[in-house]
Design a protein around this ligand. Structure first.
Ligand SMILES: NC(=O)c1ccc[n+]([C@@H]2O[C@H](COP(=O)([O-])OP(=O)(O)OC[C@H]3O[C@@H](n4cnc5c(N)ncnc54)[C@H](O)[C@@H]3O)[C@@H](O)[C@H]2O)c1
Length: 379
């Protein structure tokens, strides 16, 4: 085992997803956190590093300092990759600089705050040849991967319709923005980008559609809305046309009262419908017209799952895995790719630059459609 040495950008005291990334990397086992620039405030960055247990000499006051000082260390000591877990407006500057400094990048979604900044990241990756992996968490679940394989097998015929919803309620009150750091930047176009809920969780829903169907969203007709006084969407729905001819609906909302974090997808093919919901991630229901439904179970002892999907499960059969393990599967796959052990087949195990740019195009087209009065817009 030769773990990938990484430095984290963001994810300091009071942050949401940075801790999840560190836990995922630790579960994956092929990563080692050795440096960090954990906050935009140097003192907080240092205090965060001390709490996390990173060497004070490698806990930096800014990401620029981290990249410069790490690049000057001997190759066998310096970081090899960075994990970027900052708000959306602070994705492109460190991602581009990290690749220019010779480091691979694992980064959270959406790729950037604008399509232009996402393209700047893509340009840096092409220029430098560095690797980039994007953490679309839900594709790390074993049964989401199995659903993709079942659709790809062709046994169920073609995809006719997809229905995906990602609904939350944590922004459903006007008062939810006060004193909530995560809410504040997500509703500020200068830090979130022009999209709110559609960028934050709509991109996950869109990515899940594309991952399971193996098709891109080709056109979209969207209506985005917001509670009074907010500047960007906190709610919206869209009709989709898929590249393979199927149709779909997508709902993304952070104001659906009573839904804590409800991501659910149904994919209807000619001969069967597949249904998966994150709140019960270890079962996949396949419904038929002429015979009873099938329930597929996750578990390392369910020999009917594909071999590589069995291999990424960690707990004994019947002991459920969840969000952290799904996240860890993404880290494990990207770490392996950095070590030159790319997954076989067409599924690298993490979202690629192409997937992430598709997500940014989804945001761009949704906004354009909604602003035009819910007209069809091609991606
Ligand atoms: N994959 C998922 O399921 C998932 C879930 C939540 C958030 N996210 C994404 O993760 C990113 C972060 O979201 P969050 O909710 O954790 O945000 P957050 O506000 O909780 O944390 C952001 C962190 O970045 C730090 N930061 C900001 N500017 C910085 C800079 N210049 N240098 C160093 N650190 C800086 C902040 O101090 C903070 O520690 C966003 O892009 C978000 O869309 C993804």
């Amino acid at each position: 085992m030769n773990p990938v040495r990484y430095g984290m950008i963001g994810g300091g005291q009071g942050a949401f997803i940075g801790g999840v990334h560190r836990t995922a990397a630790a579960i994956a086992g092929n990563w080692r956190l050795v440096a960090g620039a954990f906050s935009s405030t140097p003192a907080k960055a240092k205090a965060s590093g001390a709490e996390i247990g990173v060497d004070p000499a490698r806990t930096y006051g800014s990401w620029a300092e981290m990249l410069e000082r790490e690049a000057a260390l001997p190759p066998e000591i310096r970081i090899e990759a960075v994990s970027i877990v900052t708000p959306n407006h602070m994705h492109a500057p460190p991602a581009v600089a990290a690749m220019e400094a010779g480091f691979d990048v694992i980064i959270d979604k959406p790729l950037a705050d604008s399509l232009a900044n996402a393209q700047a990241i893509a340009g840096a990756a092409a220029r430098t040849g560095r690797r980039i992996g994007v953490t679309h968490t839900y594709t790390g679940y074993p049964l989401v991967k199995q659903a993709r394989r079942l659709v790809a097998s062709g046994d169920f015929g073609k995809v006719r319709r997809v229905a995906v919803k990602y609904t939350q309620d944590w922004l459903s009150r006007a008062s939810d923005l006060a004193g909530n750091k995560q809410a504040e930047w997500r509703t500020d176009p200068a830090r979130s980008g022009d999209a709110g809920a559609f960028g934050d969780i709509g991109t996950h829903a869109a990515n899940l559609v594309e991952f399971i169907t193996g098709q891109r969203i080709a056109s979209i007709c969207a209506e985005l809305t917001m509670l009074g006084g907010r500047r960007i969407d906190d709610d919206g729905a869209a009709l989709l046309r898929l590249s393979g001819g199927g149709r779909g609906t997508l709902t993304a909302s952070q104001v659906c009262v009573g839904d804590i974090n409800d991501l659910a997808i149904s994919v209807y093919c000619d001969e069967a419908g597949l249904h998966w919901r994150q709140q019960e991630p270890n079962t996949l229901r396949v419904g038929y017209r002429d015979r009873p439904d099938e329930i597929w179970h996750a578990g390392a002892n369910r020999a009917y799952l594909a071999g590589d999907i069995l291999a990424i499960q960690r707990t004994p059969g019947g002991h459920p895995e969840g969000y952290l393990e799904a996240f860890a599967n993404i880290y494990a796959a990207f770490g392996n790719a950095i070590r030159g052990e790319d997954a076989a087949g067409d599924e690298p195990g993490f979202a690629t630059m192409d997937d992430a740019i598709a997500g940014m195009n989804f945001i761009r087209a949704s906004l354009e459609s909604s602003r035009g009065g819910a007209v069809w817009v091609d991606l």
